[in-house]
Design a protein around this ligand. Structure first.
Ligand code: 5GP
Length: 212
């Protein structure tokens, strides 16, 4: 048996990348840029019981399902995690994780902090990245600009945002302040490349090295 702790760290070949942020911080845009830039990256499309907003499309932004279907999926153990957020249910399907492991790909999860921490507890080498707005005032301005929500919804979202930021900054591996989209994406890209380069994730099979 190998007793050298340095040699024991076995990372999963695929990268599980969780992106969380209060809504309005630019997380969805950054997640989209990531999947465009890294062909091996696939976004996890969550299941939700909330109705589509604006231009949202089935199978792209979410899988929109009714509460009964969601409940049946829980019973069949089809979610790696699920949660109730703002009175609606959201869940992450297991399928994309299996795919990222077999293909050495990147599974990108655009979910909240409680979901991210649940993924980390099941997969400890998952990488948790929290996207922050430059200030809470700027976040509120961005939410109002979207104009898809009523004042009351915006107030609720600002309260939730504060609590989400507090949890994210204390439990996540990396924090990116999104003041400028290009700079934020540079940081995100650097994190992904560094995580892919960690010992245990690099495919060394072609080197035909002796196994310990
Ligand atoms: P929205 O309704 O604005 O799209 O999302 C509301 C919140 O639910 C966001 O914080 C989003 O990150 C979170 N969310 C989306 N999908 C999932 C999921 O599969 N699991 C969990 N735990 N949260 C999710």
């Amino acid at each position: 048996m190998n007793t050298n702790p340095q040699m024991q760290a076995v990372l999963s070949p695929g990268l599980l990348l969780v992106l969380s942020a209060p809504s309005g911080a630019g997380k969805t845009t950054l997640a989209r840029m990531l999947t465009q830039r890294f062909p091996e990256a696939r976004s996890s499309v969550s299941y939700t019981t909330r109705p589509p907003r604006g231009q949202e499309k089935e199978g792209v932004d979410y899988h929109f399902v009714d509460t009964l279907t969601f409940q049946q999926m829980i019973e069949k153990n089809q979610f790696v995690e699920w949660a109730e957020v703002y009175g609606n249910f959201y869940g992450t399907s297991r399928e994309i994780i299996d795919h990222s492991f077999t293909s050495r790909g990147i599974a990108v999860f655009d979910i909240d902090v409680q979901g991210g921490n649940k993924i980390k507890s099941k997969f400890p080498d998952a990488t948790l990245i929290f996207i922050l707005p430059p200030s809470m005032e700027e976040l509120e301005r961005r939410l109002r600009q979207r104009a898809t929500d009523t004042d009351d919804v915006i107030r609720r979202r600002m309260l939730a945002a504060r609590s989400e930021v507090e949890k994210g900054v204390t439990s996540y591996d990396y924090l990116i302040v999104n003041e400028n989209l290009d700079d934020a994406f540079d940081r995100l890209r650097s994190i992904v490349i560094a995580e892919q380069t960690r010992r245990g994730r690099v495919d060394l099979s072609a080197l035909k090295l002796p196994r310990d």
